[in-house]
Design a protein around this ligand. Sequence first.
Ligand SMILES: [Zn+2]
Length: 679
Amino acid sequence: MRIRNLCLFASIAVGAATTAGAQDLLSAQPPIWSTKPDAAGFEKIENGRLDAAQRYIDKVIAVKGPRTVDNTLATFDEAVRQIDSAQYLSALMEAVHPDAAFRDRATAMTRKVGAVQTALSLNRAVYQALVAVPADQADPATRYYLQRQLLEFRLAGVDKDDATRARLKVLNDELTEEQSSFERNINDGEKAIEVRDAAELAGLPQDYLDSHKPGKGGVIRITTSYPDYIPAMTFAVSDALRRRLYLAFNTRAYPQNRDVLMKMLRTRYEIASLLGYRSWADYNAADKMIRTGARIGEFIQDLDAAVRPVAEREFQMLLAEKRKSDPGATTIGLQEKSYYQEQVRRSSFNFDSQSVRPYLPYARVKQGILDTAATLFHIGFRREEGVPAWDPLVETWLVIDGGKVIGRIYLDMHPRPGKYSHAEMMPVLDGIRGRQLPEGVLICNLPQPTATDPGLMDYGDVETFFHEFGHLMHGILGGQQAWAGISGISMEADFVEAPSQMLEEWTQSPQVLASFARDYQSGKPIPVELVLRMNRASAFGRANMVGQQIGFTAESYEIYAAKPEDVNLDAIFERDTVKYGPFTPLPGTHMYASFGHLAGYSSAYYTYMWDKVIAEDFYEQFDPKNLLAGDTPMRYRREVLEPGGSMSANDLVKNFLGRPQSMGALQRWMGAEFDAPRR
Ligand SMILES: [Zn+2]
């Protein structure tokens, strides 16, 4: 929904805003779950916010006399802050609340908030009020906010005739509903397969076997949740097992989401057409860094050309590995990819990813990430003890800068039934300098330590944790703006994955890893030699991964670039999988049904690779021998993270790099395993 990505700037103290000290802010801002609301309490909080928003909207319209930033933009921004807060909380509850009935009420609330956002985005009186605000005397951030906000209004159709606006409102309400059901179907769609012969689990690590003991009737259940799914796909020798699990995983919300997705395509196509765009892909690009749909198509082709040579080299190595046990093999199925990748890592790169797991118990990794972020960004973290949350395992931390609290974060890190099954950072409150501390939640599904199990993590889990933490830091450090609407991660939506993907790269540094990765039994730090070997091994497969991502990017673009009546989901997904990746699809998968980003990102899935290009370019600016040294870390914080959404990301990139991003760093990253001598 448009207004969601809007520069939802909220902001400045309407009325007698005094700049409160940071401690005052904190005491006025208890943690979000401190009142332990039940479903009715939650609705009361939400309705209160929506009512407040309405009062500010009325106040914007009622202004008499000349319009100013203070009497109009500030009031508008306050309405946006209220609506954002309502939207963040209901989206969060949908994703994390343990009670299904509560989640249903949250879903209904998300729809209600969506309808309020849509109505605001089509409110012509508010639009005209903002148009009348003189911006020439304002500071650059305020000017940018105003200009971008007006663009978003026009993209919502505010300047169209009454009949068109009424139709757009209906369509946007429908879209909110369709997106919610698409995502809910995936969250609730967990499947499991039954294993009757324990021998089928050959190849899996001992702690996995220990936590998957046969139950009633000797049956072992393997679910499609990540902690079950990923190790099985990576280590299980049995192709039959991987096939069954892969099919279960890729049909989690099938067939129900096929129809929901088709409805979404039709709704979005009609919205784009009403607003004068040829396709949703074009319309959706208009307020992004990339600007047009055609440039998404060009980006896909450029990236494909950059990737192919390395991807082919990697694929031949996988095939050679498979031929050791299957001499006539000419193809590799998608369900075999991770398994053979792991085998090549062991045989050609002398690396067994099991060998690093003992160094990565959850608790150490968590502390290590907090410590690394603290050093890198020159901040600190302080645990808030005894804070109630929607689940007892959720932790609350304060973020400290120069002795002052500058934000609050919540860590909801382990899987439970009904919880959002991927990894995500969700904002909870927009940060407004002197008025409201930014808050955000990390939602992950990482192994949970228990009294007898240290919760050993895979290397990929650690990357995920760093990645999501990158979003969180962006939200907090970028959350010190004058306006809520330009706060945190409110910039062009196709930039938000750059800082997170950049932070992922920190896991390659032997220095960073050695600071926290210690053997959970002996306490010995991870050897430098092992990290270097792991880096070469984990570089192997990157080009194939990028190839697969190009396929997803093309799928997300093509289904939204075409007229819905011309879209055959299964045909497009099969064609692009084959066209852009070397792996053979498994008949019967309908991956689009559980590809959650088709709802939120829609045609903008290119964002991940677009931002990967930027992230690698950013990363090359740091000193590879000591990532934390020199002035680059602080320059990165100041020039990339702190501006939040107060300027175009095209400018942030140029400010930090001294030029626009280019593909060289990504190419070096993809082929890193062929650079260094193998051992
Ligand atoms: Zn991300």
